[in-house]
Ligand binder design. Sequence first.
Ligand SMILES: [Fe+2]
Length: 280
Amino acid sequence: MKIENIIDFAKYPINEVNNSKTKELIQKCRQELDQFSCCTIPNFILMRSINSMLNDLKTKLNGVYWSQESINPYFSKDEPELPIDHPKRIFTKRNNGYLNSDLFTDDSELKFLYEQQELLNFISKCVGISPIYRWADPLARHAYNMMKPGHQLPWHFDSCEFTLSILIQKPEKGGVFEYCPNIRQPKNENFEEVKKVLKGDRTRVRQLQLEPGDLQIFKGRFSMHRVTKIEGKTSRYLAIPTYVLDPKRVNTPEHARVVYGRALPIHFERNKIRSDDLTD
Ligand SMILES: [Fe+2]
């Protein structure tokens, strides 16, 4: 397996840090990430690799954890002592599948790509922070997210700071990514604004159309986001490699249980207050 057979280096020579094309690309991504918390690089992953990921995923469908639990944006439990319209108390129907990272085998191109230092260095430059780390969460670090026709992923925040998205299979209709750039910041939950979005206010909402092979870089811990209902007959498959600021942190036990089907000892051992004071 070689990284040049996965990333289109002819178009995006991210392995050459002094290449003017690479410098321009980093600058463009950084600007978009600063302004909108999100950027997209079209056709970043070669189609042969997208097909390899699709085949890999299809052989492992039996291992997918499907959940139908309603969630609040924080994947946390209900807190009955809070007012009834507090964002932590607004639960929306969620149906989603995850092929967890611990089920990936060594012949997986996604797993291989995730482990490449060139990719980590490139993402670090795009987000303008160094060092960043691969996520310590054994279930979530580079999972596949799966949505069947009729499924939807409601408004939520990610637990990790930086999420990459690579669309593997596009649905016929629907399945649109929507996000509210930087709606919360470290030490500021901004519950009032979050509540407005949950109640249907579209003022802050932006949409992004992804195509198979595109790479999306997204600050999912600070920007609430959702995926609209999948329409038509085709499922939506998405690879989501992730990076974090804290090399020790993992999902909370509740988040791990709801999304990935189980909480492991590591989720309980490391379940401490987050340094940014934000809920997840
Ligand atoms: Fe997310």
